[in-house]
Design a protein around this ligand. Sequence first.
Ligand SMILES: [Zn+2]
Length: 479
Amino acid sequence: MGSVALMMQQASAQAKGRAVVFTHVSVVNPDGTQDDVALAVQGNRIAAIGPTATVVPAYPGADIYDGRGKALISGLVNCHAHLSATLERGFNEDFGFPNALKLPVRPASLLSGEERTLMIMIGALEAIKTGTTSLVQFEGNIAPYAGPLTKSGLRMILMESIADNDSVAGALSPDGAAHLPAPVWSPKRRDEGMQRIHDLYSAWHGKNNGRVMVFPAASLAETSSPELLKAVRGFADAHELGYSIHLSQSHAEVDYMVKHLGLRPPAFLDKSEFLGPRLFAAHCRYMDDNDIALLGRTKTMISHQANMAACRGVIPPIPALRAAGSPIALGTDNNTNDLMSVMRTALLTERIKRDDPFPGTLPQPEDSLEDATLGGARALVKEKELGTLEVGKIADLIVVDTMRPYLVPAGRFISAWIHNGQPSDVESVMVDGEFIMRDRKVLTLDEAALLAEADKVGKRVWNKVKAAGPIPIPRVIRA
Ligand SMILES: [Zn+2]
């Protein structure tokens, strides 16, 4: 059967309210695993979890998914992504932050608008194939590609980010920050930014049965005036949304803010009434004890991009932030959109960071899974509806094939999966009760066409960059 015919058949089956029942499957939650049960999905909700022999007869005519050798896990929630950065894979991971390697040409400047959307769609494809069901796309000016992106079927949080500091273009680099003039706040840019947030919210929030959400964001701590911070927070409060910002991601940011604004970034945000329990602040790498106490006291959530942080050679003080009261969620940031690998890096790097009397016992894989699922659901203000596999919750879930040489035998599946699992173990992905990938075939996007096109564009761009001059790669000195 062709993919279009298959898609139509499945869409029409679900439109008629045909249930999906996973049989003889393991249902895996951070608080425990139920083996050899059935899980029924009716409409967009988990309708039943129980013995296969009792659940199957309760859903006559259901689409039966044989779950033997499979585990169901709540879909992963990526709380911080910049999807278009897929273009810069192989460049952005290895040269610190901001990127210290000066390329002769900026790769993104060689893309047309359509090609940029293509890079974003490749990121969405990767997210689906690696088990993500919800994704926060943090960027300015999302409107031009909101249509194609939401067609991916992912639960998309379109996070429109804004800035109003005319004297700082973007994230500060260590060599230039000391010479930058004081902030020049632009009411015009602030108003235009808030208008973009408002327009995107009006056009998209709640679309696709609530699968699309629009959240506001202040782009960076160092590019946000107190008025901008209050406006973003005010919009989020008025519409009961989450909101975000890049916070304390470099020494240069901290130094600039202390020099020109007289406060470290978290204190500046606190004074501007920005901290709070619906803020999920990205990074929080360079924190002192006061910073940590402020975030904890205000119950500010942390979106922890463990892979990117480790690439930058810095791990945020996650143990101290947890202890202070800040919930943790996970994100990918740039280049890769594989949250499975982030769970593993977060687990291992936090163990290195902790100062426990008996090292190597905390956090547990159950904790990493909870950060990646329920922690993310909390950031989306959806923890009552998403983040665990429970009757009554929305069916955002993934099917993992456990019959792998690195997953069997396993005394404890969650541990085996977080330590050893591979993205290709993710066999199917369901969002809002609908399969968007089944048996490794993505049903919402044309994977082969996207890959062929992105490969072609990527090669053209990188060949041009390389032709413009040499790219020196530093290497370790060997004795
Ligand atoms: Zn970011």
